[in-house]
Design a protein around this ligand. Structure first.
Ligand code: BG6
Length: 487
């Protein structure tokens, strides 16, 4: 276990939702597991709270419930964790407040990390204020998504931040890259010779990537209504997953080798012609419905959402990659809120046998398929056909399972924990480089533009379903269907 990197971790947005649910619990878990250097400090920065005591009170009330395991908190670890936490009250409009921060930081040795868990409109002002007091030297800056609203605004932020921090100092976080199964996908693809010859257009018929949520917009209606699923999930998480599934084997696992290969895929995405958008992109918005027995309201009646909102809570896309490995293979991506189930998975449909000596049912669906389940219950499942016991040659779909929690009972790590440790240790591979981000924005932009001016509203779907019928129809045009529709 590596604990050697001493650090000072400055958390802007210290009382925000993300700090409460993800960042502070991840730091606590790293502390509890003995993965943080003993002298490492966390300096929370916020506006709403005046003193350290008041901040610790907030942490006790809001963060502690998120660190419990089976309802129990490791109290001695919790006390030790709180001892690491310092607090600086900052008003962005007062440059002298940053001098207080500088003095607080100067009291500690170690890698300086500035984590901006704030809205993107504060990224540049915070970076400038840090530079004014010299805190951009020997430091790393972590930028949360969304980084901008479109290509132009993201470039504006990247340009301004780039004047203050070098690219090697900038950690653009996409928490999907920190998920254990996504790491495993790299291990599966590049640690085994078995899959490589099959991982291409000759053998793969289509690939589906789904990130489905049961949750709605929670308390983020205001933010979400100005964002929508394309910006919130597709531009980043789904395109990152797609690039990991389809990238060429990197020369090594160093940060630029991996990111160079992902970038090649993002640049090879077939540009979408505005006239074709209705054929390759479906946008939906949920109406009231029932999810697992629970009634939920329509998106348009959620707090913070405009009644006439045209924001999409569901997106399904057909994507193509213009390179030798993938030419002609359709990739179907989909994400949505208030869907029937919470599931994130990648389905690789291999081509059926070209001729079946075993009868027609050897060509049927349910075989020649690899399903990589990212959450919940991480598994990799290979579906094959096998003979049913008994007389005759009757085939049935069976699967080989790699259930990670059975193989590896310990050491599982939450995405944020892994990523925060990577920042502290200076590993950039799981963070998005500027050019990748630009390529992803460039690719989604025609869809964003078209949907912004389209007179057609998003297609309705009832909460608790798998999205609008048009999503299934899009796959049907390619002679296929979403995995759950097969059963
Ligand atoms: C975030 C989005 O990036 O990812 C949220 O902003 C979404 O809207 C979340 O709910 C999903 O992440 P996870 O890890 O719960 O699948």
């Amino acid at each position: 276990m590596q604990t050697d990197s001493n650090f000072i971790f400055v958390l802007f947005g210290g009382t925000g939702d993300l700090s409460m649910r993800k960042i502070l619990p991840a730091l606590f878990e790293a502390h509890r597991a003995g993965m943080l250097a003993a002298a490492g400090k966390i300096v929370a920065v916020a506006r709403g709270v005046e003193t350290r005591e008041a901040y610790l009170g907030w942490v006790e009330e809001h963060v502690k419930p998120h660190v419990a395991k089976n309802g129990v908190v490791d109290e001695s670890a919790w006390t030790g964790f709180l001892a690491r936490v310092e607090y600086v009250h900052i008003d962005l409009g007062r440059p002298e407040d940053f001098r207080i921060l500088r003095d607080a930081v100067a009291q500690h040795d170690g890698t300086r990390v500035f984590y901006l868990a704030t809205g993107p409109s504060l990224f540049v002002p915070i970076c400038r204020a840090l530079a004014e007091v010299g805190l951009n030297q020997n430091a790393r800056i972590v930028l949360e998504k969304p980084l901008g609203y479109d290509l132009e605004s993201s470039n504006a932020i990247n340009d301004a931040v780039g004047e203050i921090f070098q690219e090697e100092q900038i950690y653009r976080i996409d928490h999907y890259l920190g998920k254990e199964p996504v790491q495993n996908l790299l291990a599966l693809r590049f640690g085994n010779a078995l899959f490589e010859p099959l991982w291409r257009r000759e053998w793969v018929e289509s690939i589906q990537i789904t990130i489905a949520e049961e949750l709605g917009v929670e308390a983020r209606g205001d933010f979400y209504d100005n964002t929508g699923a394309l910006r919130d999930m597709v531009q980043n998480h789904l395109l990152q997953l797609l690039s990991i599934v389809t990238m060429e084997p990197p020369h090594s696992m160093d940060s630029d080798s991996v990111r160079d290969e992902k970038l090649r895929v993002l640049r090879a995405l077939k540009p979408i012609d505005e006239r074709d958008i209705s054929k390759v992109a479906v946008r939906g918005q949920y109406h009231a419905g029932v999810i697992k027995g629970q009634s939920v309201p329509a998106y348009a009646t959620e707090p913070g959402v405009r009644t006439e909102s045209r924001t999409e809570t569901f997106v399904a896309l057909k994507v193509e990659i213009e390179n030798w490995r993938w030419a002609g293979v359709p990739f179907f991506l989909r994400t949505g809120k208030r869907l029937a189930d919470r599931v994130a998975e990648i389905v690789v449909n291999f081509r059926p046998v070209p001729h079946s000596a075993l009868g027609a049912n050897a060509l049927r669906a349910g075989a020649n398929r690899l399903v990589i389940r990212l959450q919940p219950n991480e598994t990799i499942r290979l579906y094959c056909l096998a003979k049913q016991p008994g007389e005759g040659m009757n085939l049935a779909s069976v699967h080989l399972d790699l259930a990670f929690d059975q193989f590896f009972r310990e050491g599982q790590m939450e995405a944020y924990q892994r990523l925060l440790l990577d920042v502290i240790r200076g590993r950039l591979a799981l963070f998005v480089r500027r050019d990748e981000q630009e390529a992803a924005w460039r690719w989604v932009e025609p869809i964003l533009n078209e949907w912004a001016v389209s007179t057609k509203p998003p297609k309705p779907y009832a909460a608790g379903t798998w999205g609008p019928a048009a999503s299934s129809a899009m796959l049907a045009q390619h002679g296929t269907c979403w995995l759950e529709e097969e059963n």
